[in-house]
Structures are given as C-alpha cells and as structure tokens.
Design a protein around this ligand. Structure first.
Ligand code: ZN
Ligand code: ZN
Length: 80
C-alpha cells in the first residue's frame, strides 16, 4: 500500500497564514497557533497547559484564560 502523504497545516487565526503542522507560532505574524491553557507549570501549580479549541477563551479543563484570550485573538464573553 502506498498512501499519499497528506500534508496538514495550521492556519493562523489572525492572518490566515498556513503554517506547518508542527509549528507553534505563526511564521508571518508571531501569533500562537495552538490555543493552550495559560496555566503553566509553576512552583505551586502543576500546570494545566492543555490544548483547547481555537474559539475557547477559557480552558475547558480548569477555567483559566487561554493564550488566545491573553493574546486578544479570542474575545471572552462579556455581559455588558
Ligand atoms: Zn499569523
Ligand atoms: Zn487549563
């Protein structure tokens, strides 16, 4: 069996640049490409740092803001 290699890309949420699947940041504008939890490993915290869907403003696992939210790429819900 000779299956054709399907190349996967990660599209930048800000500038729509197609980046390599393994890229962590956009090569064109520097935006993060993976919407991770902002809760990194620290002295007191084990850290969550899980992957969330691109539209998530808050981590679905622990409720901390996502890095897309912190970078202003995803707007959190405001009851104004
Ligand atoms: Zn970009
Ligand atoms: Zn989290």
């Amino acid at each position: 069996m000779n299956q054709p290699q399907k190349k996967e890309y990660r599209q930048c949420i800000r500038c729509q640049q197609m980046n390599e699947q393994t890229d962590q940041f956009c090569i064109r504008c520097g935006s993060p490409l993976i919407n991770r939890c902002s809760d990194e490993k620290g002295l007191l915290s084990k850290g969550c740092f899980k992957e969330n869907p691109p539209e998530a403003a808050f981590c679905r696992f622990c409720g901390q803001p996502t890095i897309f939210n912190q970078a202003g790429l995803t707007k959190p819900f405001t009851d104004s």
